[in-house]
Ligand binder design. Structure first.
Ligand code: SF4
Ligand code: SF4
Ligand code: SF4
Length: 173
């Protein structure tokens, strides 16, 4: 991934988020001497953040690819010339993940919090109230020994409730 290192990832890694992470790094490292790297990486990062926030459009993928080509071929030094590599690699091998973010508004790895939908399965919920106690925003309501519900308007998608539920009643979609 750009530096010649080997990084092992699994299905819990969002490849759009990975591209965003690497772009954030190179954007911070850009010295600003040449416009393609200085402006191009910033614009690419903005687009990746937009996609991770669930606001991406199909046009963004075309713009990303176009920016990758320009930054790669016109930047002055190796940093700018290699900056698009993580984006190009993830677009080539994991394009379906970008498309899921854009068309379905889903992050199947469960990383991009804006795209998560945390819900309680009423059939599995025992009404133990453990999730109520760990929720930092008071988003979960319900009577003891009865199915609980999450108010999506209050939930910040921290997933703390999912970790604590012993009955597997809480899922993210
Ligand atoms: S490509 Fe190199 S010279 Fe150009 S802004 Fe980036 S780090 Fe600076
Ligand atoms: S922790 Fe699980 S079982 Fe207990 S109330 Fe919450 S969702 Fe229901
Ligand atoms: S994801 Fe976090 S904020 Fe949302 S209901 Fe669960 S504990 Fe509360």
């Amino acid at each position: 991934m750009g530096s010649g290192g080997l990084v092992v990832m699994d299905e819990d890694t969002c490849m759009v988020d990975v591209a965003r992470y690497f772009l954030h790094f190179t954007q911070e490292e850009s010295c600003g001497k040449c416009a393609p790297c200085r402006e191009g990486t910033m614009r690419m990062l903005q687009i990746l953040e937009k996609i991770c926030d669930g606001k991406g459009t199909p046009q963004d993928l075309d713009t990303l690819e176009s920016l990758c080509r320009v930054v790669k071929t016109t930047s002055l030094c190796g940093l700018g010339q290699s900056a698009p590599n993580p984006v190009l690699a993830t677009l080539r091998y994991f394009r379906s993940e970008y498309e899921a973010h854009i068309y379905d508004k889903k992050c199947h790895a469960g990383v991009c919090t804006e795209l998560l939908d945390i819900t309680i399965n009423a059939d599995k919920c025992k009404g133990c109230t453990v999730c109520v106690d760990v929720c930092p925003t008071g988003a979960i309501k319900g009577e003891r020994k009865k199915p609980h519900v999450i108010d999506p308007a209050v939930c910040i998608k921290c997933q703390a409730c999912m970790v604590k539920c012993k009955f597997g009643a809480i899922s993210r979609g």
